[in-house]
Design a protein around this ligand. Sequence first.
Ligand code: FE
Ligand code: FE
Length: 204
Amino acid sequence: MYDELQNIQAKLKNKLTEKRYVHTLGVQYTSAALAMRYKISIFDASLAGLLHDCAKNYSDDELIKRCLKHNIKVSDVEKRNGFLLHAKLGAYYAKSKYGVENEEVISAIRYHTTGKPGMSTLEAIVFTADYIEPSRKPLSNLDDIRSMAFVDLDEAVYQILDNTLNYLGDKAVTDNKGREIDNHTVEAYNYYKKLHDNKFNRKE
Ligand code: FE
Ligand code: FE
């Protein structure tokens, strides 16, 4: 089983930039550590973490072209923000190029960028590991999120989404890089905010 991870590592080393490869290993091992904490399959978490960015080495135009070629639906937001498609295309390649059959692993790759409401433990782990792995540039409260990830995964997901969005009044308007927000992210934020509010701001 672990030979399979090594074989995929060797393939990705040739495909990705050095920096992305280091990030990829960081997400693999962080996902494995979180799988230990939350008692899910370490292999599945490692595999999903390892492959999450397997389609990241393409330009926005190339991502759109490749998705259309494989009949992967491209939404209007994705047309304008092609980078989002590396998650969908990555899920497709996990299956077609890397032989992954486990749909939960594929789904964790599919939603690693946007998140979605009610993620499975595996989905939430890969989403979180992508944000907290050791080679990530230290952003505001990253240390707190890193430690929270091992205490309360839903709360860590909420804090990541909250960090990722840029607000105008109460409403999230763009992500923190000024890019349009995918609908899954908005829905995920609302879902995890509700969990957060129920836990921490319970009105007396
Ligand atoms: Fe990614
Ligand atoms: Fe990533």
